[in-house]
Design a protein around this ligand. Sequence first.
Ligand code: ADP
Ligand code: 5GP
Length: 204
Amino acid sequence: MGEKGLLLVISGPSGTGKGTVVRALQRANSSLRLSISATTRLPRDGEVDGVDYYFMERDIFKKMIEEGQLLEWAKVYGNYYGTPSHFVRDALERGNDIILEIDIQGALQVKEKLPEAVLVFIAPPSKTELQTRLLGRKSDSREEIEKRLKCMTGEMKLAGGYDYIVVNDSINRALDNIHAIIMAEKCRTWRQQSIIEQLSQPGS
Ligand code: ADP
Ligand code: 5GP
């Protein structure tokens, strides 16, 4: 059997650059597949069902929770978000590498269920810079931005449960660090059993 795929979980405070990082990772490495989350939030302009999210009513989302169809789920800023389990598990079994871009509560649930998942916390270089980025993105009201900045303090306290922390100061430096993490994780001894077996055969 081939090696299992790598499950890379990218998370961190809102506005820290997770989406920017994930899009750039996908451009640089076309074999990384992004899991599409389920959500009860309404689509924003331009968002497409089945591409950006699986948009659904709350009762359907709750049914998915009850039926154990979600690898993790969380209520984030008033809406529910969750990762469909079957896509992730099937893809990993087939040897495909998967990225999840999810919130911190969800990331820690993934680590509990799949300890081999690699959790990367994207941190902002400073609180002021985070505020500048949230304002610059123009996607949230002042009130919403204040809420997200307040959440950041508590979220930083959970960063200790992650495998890696990458500070997104310059996007290129952050991407270099994540590529280094992916390369190192691919070289983990437990992922290299086939080469050990192959080269430890007498006479081979
Ligand atoms: P998140 O997905 O974590 O909420 P985004 O990827 O939407 O964050 O980024 C928030 C804003 O910050 C966007 O306007 C994005 O263009 C900008 N941004 C992301 N990374 C950087 C960076 N390294 N330097 C400056 N601006 C950045
Ligand atoms: P947005 O509504 O801006 O697309 O996402 C809001 C937050 O929900 C972001 O922090 C994003 O990472 C998080 N999120 C998106 N999908 C999931 C998911 O499947 N599970 C969890 N736990 N969080 C998610």
